[in-house]
Write a protein that binds this ligand. Sequence first.
Ligand code: 13P
Ligand code: SF4
Length: 311
Amino acid sequence: MNLNTLKQISELKKAKKAVILAHNYQIPEIQDIADFVGDSLGLARKALEVEAEIIIFCGVHFMAETASILCPNKKILLPDLDAGCSLADSINVSQLKEWKLKNPGAVVVSYVNTTAEIKAESDYCFTSSNAVKIVESIDKEKKILFLPDMFLGAYVQKKTKRKIEIWPGECHVHAAMTYEEIKNLRDEYDNNEVLIHPECACGSEAMYYSEKNNDKNVHFLSTEAMMNKAKDSTSENIIVATETGVIHKMQKASPDKNFIPINTSATCKYMKMITVEKVLESLKTEGPEVKVSREIAIKAKTAIDRMVETG
Ligand code: 13P
Ligand code: SF4
């Protein structure tokens, strides 16, 4: 890393009362300069809590939008506005309105990986770490429209034992992960533990076999819960089924353990768009800022507040 760039970032951060928040999928250099690294829920809560005038959000667009809705008095900067999310793109507002029209009275439960417009049409918002709790909190008599990730939906349905209507969306990174890859790695490495993000396509099969074999070494977790599980694990080999960025923080916390991504090419091109140089540029220019219209922000806030308050 260029030391001059780092020095400038540190000085500008101080001068402008700025804080850097980074998602667990960010490149190692970004994680290392961040004031806080976490999962979607942790970052949303941190954005609310930090005393700062500017937040440099090192993540993707929907995360910066959520922070902007939660903190209207802070300037939320996203160093590259093209940092989107294929999962958030898998449903648009007209599709959601049509789905709602076909299901009058249904409760709309949306993943945080959605646009602010989708959240404004939702009753609840959730992240991978509180999806089950949010669904469990809803009146059993109510029909639930769950969006947009079908693998996470199948996982929540299984966990809550509740029939839910699931939108057929997916994240291109997690949809490519197969149970075969997990199986092969477990055959190759003894003394292993498996951490799976519930967005993974391999989830249903992994859950079926772990339950059938009463296998306690397979866990379904959000990215931050994965960090904690990895730290506490007594296994030597940790097989990780999510975006490879999580391994940087895990390896730092547990240098003696062997972390194995189920697929080394499981990277999110959007998350990797944020670079140290772009962070410096954002600090200098105080842009690009992510702002949500007042009308959408007011409508989306109830669903987002429920997410932040749960679990
Ligand atoms: P987490 O909420 O677990 O950090 O996941 C965010 C995400 O984008 C998963 O692909
Ligand atoms: Fe979106 Fe998938 Fe990237 Fe997560 S990994 S930000 S769900 S595209």
